[in-house]
Design a protein around this ligand. Structure first.
Ligand code: CMP
Length: 135
């Protein structure tokens, strides 16, 4: 069993797509281990996405991620990191495969519905970022 972090981003929460995304994820065999509603501060969003500092979309990304509450969720499954990336789809919803979460619910390159950890190191860091006492 492996753990990974999913964030239901502010666009999905405000569009009331959270329930549909959680239903989708549970149908893919993931178990919810921790979950909360959280509004990020600008400093927190900057820290979470520090690897993207300096990129052209960084300021927009911070503004978007602080625009309303998001829902970080620790998920567990076998091959959780890889499988979550597959069912989320490509970063740009226009390029995401049919039936993936970003294809179904994403609006654009930044407002792309969800985030999923991309490696074991990221999963560890990102789960600890939102749930420091639980991992
Ligand atoms: P996420 O998987 O959360 O990781 C970094 C985020 O930056 C990404 O999803 C998008 O929200 C955003 N992002 C990545 N690439 C671009 C891009 N080319 N243009 C705009 N936003 C981007």
């Amino acid at each position: 069993m492996q753990k990974t972090l999913l964030i239901i981003k502010p666009d999905s929460v405000s569009a009331k797509n959270s329930g549909k995304i959680i239903d989708f994820i549970e149908n893919e065999g993931f178990t919810i281990k921790s979950m909360k509603l959280k509004t990020l501060s600008s400093d927190e969003a900057g820290e979470f996405y520090a690897e993207h500092m300096g990129k052209h979309f960084y300021d927009n990304l911070k503004e978007f991620m602080t625009s309303g509450p998001c829902i970080p969720i620790i998920l567990e499954r076998d091959e959780a990191i890889l499988h979550l990336r597959e069912v989320i789809g490509a970063t740009d919803p226009a390029k995401a495969a049919q039936g993936t979460i970003r294809n179904l619910y994403g609006e654009g390159g930044t407002r792309n519905a969800v985030h999923g950890s991309d490696s074991p190191e990221s999963a560890q860091r990102e789960c600890s970022f939102f749930f420091p006492n639980e991992v």
